[in-house]
Write a protein that binds this ligand. Structure first.
Ligand code: ATP
Length: 331
């Protein structure tokens, strides 16, 4: 998925991460290590952080504890209602309507230039629709400021991995938990009890999330030293740390070998099974068809199909779009 002109790059997530970087490297870690940092390469004693963390069911509980599902699974979480996005004379999205339902993995696919990135950026409030509406959790996204999107409950990973390379895996995830902090600035400066409680909570959750995505043993490694696959997992853990209602994965399998893709599919299913709603933009059809509950297909900015993976895979319009055959030739 491309990001033309860099618009949308450095989203509100990044801005928040930058603003909290110092705090993450400082006071939170001080609580656990005497030198004020999470030492690289040091094995964290999970039991010392939280005695329950060695227990898998407790990990799941910590990961999911604050996530409230306000409506039953299957109700619309995000609604694209007749959304059109124009860039000058170019119509990138043309009257696109579909829902992302609570608790599902929705695949968004389409050939190059179909409008997936634009759709994604419109859903997350980075682009405003030229016409139409995006509703998230029943509220129009257009009315939400960019820096409020994360708090609203939308998190994303990036096609090009964006981590703080000099920070440990754990610190990268703690930064994500910060998006949920409620302490005021004076509270942080004077280290109020609420602030200290949030710090402990953040470290606890971050560690549980690393366990959840399968890289708990790498917690104290600087993110730049992690393997490519582990960096992708770390990005997912950081996104989950914001406690999103919707997790958007942007080509998470890019550069993966078949075994890594299989492991990623297992992780995405685990995330869905834990109650999160997932939007997956991915070029690898096998992965999309293997892991999604429903698929929406775009071509030239228009929605051409919306259905079960098996239905979409055998849809003549979709086959034509991917093979570059005119629609009428398949009729
Ligand atoms: N900020 C922008 N300014 C001008 N044109 C844009 C902008 N963003 C997207 N476009 C155009 O809108 C169309 C849809 O692009 P988009 O990146 O959304 O497609 P995509 O499906 O994500 O493609 P890919 O799979 O190649 O990344 C393209 O013609 C693209 O050139």
């Amino acid at each position: 998925m491309s990001n033309p002109g860099g618009i949308g790059a450095g989203s509100e997530h990044d801005e928040e991460f930058r603003s909290t970087e110092e705090m993450v490297g400082g006071s939170i870690a001080e609580e656990y290590l005497p030198d004020g940092g999470v030492e690289e390469g040091v094995e964290i004693d999970l039991a010392a952080v939280d005695p329950g963390l060695a227990d898998a069911s407790h990990v799941a509980e910590v990961v999911a504890s604050d996530r409230t599902i306000h409506a039953s699974v299957g109700e619309p979480l995000l609604q694209m209602q007749g959304v059109t996005v124009k860039f000058g004379g170019l119509t990138a999205l043309d009257d696109v309507t579909f829902d992302i339902r609570r608790g599902e993995i929705l695949g968004l696919i389409g050939p190059n230039g179909a409008g997936k990135t634009t759709c994604f950026n419109t859903m997350s409030g980075i682009y405003r629709p030229t016409s139409g509406n995006v509703l998230f959790d029943g509220r129009p996204i257009g009315a939400v400021k960019r820096n409020q999107i994360t708090r609203l409950g939308i998190a994303r990973t990036f096609q090009n991995i964006r981590l703080f390379s000099d920070m440990t895996a754990l610190e990268n995830v703690v930064v994500g938990t910060d998006a949920r902090h409620r302490t005021s600035v004076p509270g942080a400066i004077f280290r109020s009890s609420r602030h200290r409680h949030e710090e402990h909570d953040a470290l606890d959750r971050a560690m549980a999330l690393l366990e959840f995505v399968g890289i708990g043993s790498r917690a104290t490694e600087k993110s730049r030293n992690l393997s490519y696959g582990d960096q992708r997992r770390l990005e997912i853990a950081r996104a989950l740390a914001t406690q999103p209602k919707l997790l958007c994965l942007d080509e998470p399998a890019a550069g993966f070998n078949p075994a890594e893709k299989q492991a990623l599919m297992d992780l995405i299913r685990k995330i869905r099974d834990d109650g999160f709603t997932v939007l997956l933009i991915e070029h690898d059809m096998r992965l999309v068809m293997g892991v999604t509950d429903r698929v929406v297909v775009l071509e030239f900015g228009r929605k051409i199909a919306d259905g079960l993976p098996s239905e979409v895979a055998s849809d003549p319009a979709v086959i034509a779009a991917y093979l570059g055959v005119p629609d009428d030739a398949t009729a």
